[in-house]
Design a protein around this ligand. Structure first.
Ligand code: PXP
Length: 237
């Protein structure tokens, strides 16, 4: 049974929309743990659009399950990671104009740079996962560089129409998963997974960790909205 890593970035997105103190992703992480999360995932982006340095510092002290830091191969963030020591770093590509991480890391085309960052994180005692499109040459390059894990980018699967298109993308995920396993790396997956599409991905053999954010935050708003309104109604009336 795969572990669930809960990505709390979008709790911080709501906070940053107002530049206030709430909702606090640190509280969300505690509630996620109470709900059974096996890990807390956060992305310290170079532009600090959601998660802030302060969040990472506090979460490192409060999270009692696996703390997984998504990060770009950016010098400043690598330094912060080596100092803060999350349990795991997931290396992702990052472009300022993107809404979210749009594609996998090009480890095949940037071996030297990524190999150097893997080495620094490993020396700091941090396990390293690479976020990759489900492509042979990317997975091969990850194995050559000695990555501990590969997180398969499930975005195309998630966007595919249910039926033949989705099945085709699932077959691609399954083949890539077999390649990750055969290379002796730990298998993770994430991006775009929802309450409707997660099961076939969770059922892939040896799937160890799924990282899910947007859909959980979206559902939390919906299941909590009625109670929140009722509480405010009580106060104003
Ligand atoms: N995994 C990685 C590497 C990501 O970059 C993201 C998005 O931050 C996720 C998983 C979670 O994606 P989603 O928010 O679509 O569930």
């Amino acid at each position: 049974m795969p572990e669930l890593g809960v990505n709390i970035d979008h709790v911080a997105t709501v906070r940053q929309a107002r530049g206030t103190y709430e909702p606090d992703p640190v509280w969300a992480a505690a509630l996620a743990e109470l709900g059974g999360a096996d890990g807390i995932t956060l992305h310290l982006r170079e532009d600090r659009r959601h998660i802030l340095d302060r969040d990472l510092e506090i979460l490192r002290q409060t999270v009692t399950v696996k703390l997984n830091l998504e990060m770009a191969c950016d010098e400043g963030v690598v330094e912060i990671a080596c100092r803060t020591k999350p349990d795991q770093a997931t290396l992702v590509p990052e472009r300022r104009e993107e809404l979210t991480t749009e594609g996998g890391l090009d480890v095949y085309g940037q071996r030297d740079r990524i190999g150097h960052v893997i080495g620094r994180l490993r020396d700091a005692g941090i396990s390293v996962s690479l976020f990759l499109d489900p492509e042979d040459r990317q997975i091969e390059a990850a194995a050559e560089l000695g990555a501990d894990a590969v997180e398969l980018h499930t975005g195309r699967y998630a966007l595919a129409r249910p039926g033949a298109d989705r099945q085709k993308e699932l077959n691609i995920q399954e083949a890539a998963a077999a390649q990750v396993r055969a290379a002796g790396m730990v298998l993770h997956a994430g991006h775009g997974l929802t309450y409707h599409n997660v099961k076939p991905i969770a059922a892939i053999e040896a799937m160890h960790e799924l990282n899910i954010g947007h859909s959980i935050v979206a559902r939390a708003i919906m299941v909590g909205f009625q109670q929140a309104v009722r509480e405010m109604k009580d106060l104003v009336s």
